[in-house]
Design a protein around this ligand. Structure first.
Ligand SMILES: [Zn+2]
Ligand SMILES: [Zn+2]
Ligand SMILES: [Zn+2]
Length: 485
């Protein structure tokens, strides 16, 4: 999932390491070594232009303007942070709060958030008893792996990039592994570093390319990390570990050998064992304890709470959606709308109260399998219920859009750690409410309200001109108690 060709550029106005090191020593920034004013801190954090500034997908800083109502909070908040250094317990919390004020909703999660946090932390002074270069080293190590992607980074015999989707579980494993590698506990230990690089290597690619990844990526990454370590004059701590830090070694997550979901793992294990032996420089009991890189992370679905990046502003007023509904109805059908298809609703394990409503022109099972693989979430199907409802309906995409419009007052945008995308089709409603809405619009579309050319029949347009009345009638006819009052 790592595109080695891409690397993270710095956001605008972010301080260079030189600025960071010299912070407080120059007259422009602070009047003495320990003093810093809010304006200078704002400049160091790249906030002077009141823009989001997160690195977007196009590698450019996001130009979204910070809301006026947030600017006052930012100033107050920065003022309270002037005395912090990298060892302050509240620094991480305060910076996360700052992200909430500064970043637009597209950049509240995932790599843009992490990159910004890392940049910002480096702005604050190191405490006197900590090697000042360490946070910088960790940031440099993170950069060795490039921008996260969801596709295999292997190459075919013809030298063409594989680009096969690796699935949400591997994507999430890569994120977790990189975070471990950026911990001094790992990057300063040759044994652990070897192990975690192997874990990363088997997770960045599809199962066809694990051998290739172990033999090519591991030495390349290790070379870069050793160079960073050498540059910072940080040597391996393995010798000390053997005698003094036995306890901390135990904190490394234990591989769960029994939870493997894919039969191919065993095959991968067999195929990669050669490459694995090759990578570990010294035979050592510790490597056995760290285990097989394929099995390091347990094979399991993500059941953590969904990451909501945007919530509806009026979740208690269903009539705020009526304007959208009318607009959707009036729009002429486009080519996609004209196709038949299936409507479906599902929730994911661990997240009751949230439903996803979608449509597909293929089979629902196939679409569900794709969601499961890409997002690494266990789906619980809520609709269709029974064989009668599992039928093709005309203009399925339009039905989906009408359902989304009606429930837009409860719409949430979710950031997905599996496919690294935002999902826009999640609604904070009960399953019964979602089902009632899908049934209502399915019934309506089956009355053939559109003409052959795709335009709405005049009679329907007239009826829906009074949208409140129209919705009341629709709800009464279909038994949707929620809107029929
Ligand atoms: Zn942004
Ligand atoms: Zn591949
Ligand atoms: Zn996803």
């Amino acid at each position: 999932m790592i595109d080695a060709s891409a690397s993270y550029p710095s956001p605008p106005g972010s301080p260079s390491s030189k600025d960071r090191v010299n912070r407080g020593k120059t007259s422009e920034i602070g009047s003495s070594q320990d003093e810093l004013n809010t304006t200078a801190l704002k400049a160091l954090l790249g906030l002077s232009s009141w823009q989001c500034g997160a690195i977007s997908k196009s590698d450019k800083p996001c130009g979204w303007q910070i809301l006026k109502k947030h600017r006052r909070h930012i100033d107050t908040h920065l003022c309270s942070m002037l005395t912090l250094d990298q060892s302050s317990p509240r620094l991480q919390y305060d910076l996360e709060k700052l992200i909430g004020f500064v970043h637009c909703h597209h950049h509240q999660h995932g790599p843009p958030r992490q990159i910004r946090l890392d940049e910002w932390i480096s702005v604050f002074p190191s405490p006197p008893d900590q090697p000042s270069l360490r946070p910088l080293v960790e940031r440099q190590i993170a950069k060795c792996f490039g921008r996260p992607t969801t596709t295999c980074m292997g190459t075919s015999r013809k030298g063409i990039r594989c680009n096969k989707t690796i699935g949400g579980q591997k994507v999430a494993n890569c994120t977790k592994t990189i975070s471990q590698i950026c911990d001094a506990e790992v990057y300063l230990s040759d044994i652990k570093l070897d192990h975690y690089l192997q874990v990363l290597a088997v997770n960045v690619c599809c199962h066809f390319h694990t051998d290739q990844s172990l033999s090519k990526n591991v030495p390349a990454w290790k070379e870069k990390i050793l160079a960073i370590r050498n540059e910072a004059d940080l040597g391996p701590t393995d010798l000390q570990h053997k005698s003094t830090t036995r306890g901390s070694e135990k904190q490394i997550p234990t591989p769960n050998r029994h939870e493997s979901r894919h039969a191919s793992v065993k095959e991968e294990q067999r195929k990669s064992s050669k490459g694995q032996d090759r990578k570990i420089t010294l035979p050592c009991p510790s490597t056995d304890r760290l285990g097989n890189p394929h099995l390091h992370w347990p094979s399991q679905y993500d059941e953590t709470p969904l990451k909501i990046v945007k919530r509806s502003e009026s979740p208690n007023d269903h009539t705020t959606s009526y304007h959208d509904i009318r607009r959707q109805m009036m729009d002429a059908l486009d080519d996609e709308d004209k196709k038949d298809g299936f409507l479906y609703i599902y929730e994911v394990k661990g997240n009751k109260g949230f439903v996803k409503i979608g449509y597909t022109t293929r089979s629902i099972n196939k679409r569900h399998d794709e969601w499961t693989f890409d997002c690494n979430r266990e789906l619980v199907s809520l609709f269709p219920i029974g064989a009668t409802e599992a039928r093709r309906v005309p203009h399925a995409h339009r039905v989906e859009k009408l359902c989304h419009a009606e429930l837009s007052y409860r719409n949430n945008v979710i950031y997905c750690d599996g496919c690294l995308k935002e999902h826009f089709e999640w609604f904070e409603v009960s399953p019964s409410e979602a089902i009632a809405v899908v049934r209502k619009w399915t019934t309506w579309i089956e009355t053939k309200p559109y003409l052959f050319d795709g335009s709405l029949k005049e009679e329907e347009a007239r009826k829906s001109a009074d949208i409140d009345q129209f919705m009341d009638t629709m709800s009464k006819n279909t038994g949707d108690i929620r809107t029929s009052r």
